[in-house]
Design a protein around this ligand. Sequence first.
Ligand code: ADP
Ligand code: MG
Length: 340
Amino acid sequence: MQRTDVNTLGEFGLIDHLTRDFPLRQASSIKGIGDDAAVIDNGSLCTVISTDMLVEGIHFDLSYTPLKHLGFKAVVVNLSDIYAMNALPKQIVVSLAISNRFSVEALDELYEGIRAACEAYNVDLVGGDTTSSPKGMTISITAIGQCEKELLVYRSGAKPGDLICITGELGGAYLGLQILEREKYIWQENPELQPDFENQTYAVGRQLKPEARRDMIEEFRKIGLKPTSMIDISDGLASEVFHLCKQSMVGALIEESGVPINQEAQLLALKFKLDPITCALNGGEDYELLFTIRPEDIEKVKYLPDIYIAGEILEAKDGIKINTMGGNLHDLKAQGWVHF
Ligand code: ADP
Ligand code: MG
């Protein structure tokens, strides 16, 4: 039998490959694989479901991630996918695989973070599963949300001429990770040295304690704005623009000058000899929302805090481009995260 390495397909290629032969059989399965969350028709309201798994050593490093922060973040990344459907999360289930390295006290800390997120986002912990693991910790969280069918926003609704919007500054979480990794390395070389975070509370905070944009979804409802498409920015702006364009069968033009980057993050990028725009395009874990609106809705968006217009949707044949500050037009490249 032939043996194909999973690396040859990559994460998204692998998902496409494994799920290619699963036609939806139930009329209530409105949206299956391919968006931030699945959608199930329950009559007047739809149920929206998303799941994420975090593996120690791949998605988190406990040498610099306090367990309380990890618990909070593990919930937030799931809620972010529910908000990305323009839906409101209501419940979570949490499954844990743990080795005997973790004490009850340590797991209490993890659950303090989970509790804090449940309080902050008004969701209920309603179940899960606990099992032992030969090594490390794996956390899998599923979030369940609700939305009126008419209010759901998919990745697939963008049309040429729509404006591309972003809810907040990008790149910070990636730079926070660079600081944490650097300090870990220094500490491993010389355990007497104390970590030096250079007062980079912004970037480190973006990495360790991200927030999901519940406030934005609530604002949309208040002002009666329904984006034409939406996705959360978990893998870097470029990768998300590709997902959105693929699902909507359109192209896009991103203006480099329209991509919001925090000033502290800009300075930090230069210190690490990184290009700030590369951090925003290809870093990850900012958990802002990328969405598109009809051009006539620009008046509504103007009254929202924190919204940046970063470009325009084009016809598919025009490709996916970025117009740099220097005025050059390039093909946008998406690296995303490489897990394997
Ligand atoms: P996100 O980054 O928003 O969490 P992913 O990139 O993880 O989304 O997943 C893309 C889509 O593929 C989603 O609809 C997700 O539910 C689906 N998916 C991912 N892994 C699998 C799998 N092993 N089996 C079935 N569907 C999957
Ligand atoms: Mg997502």
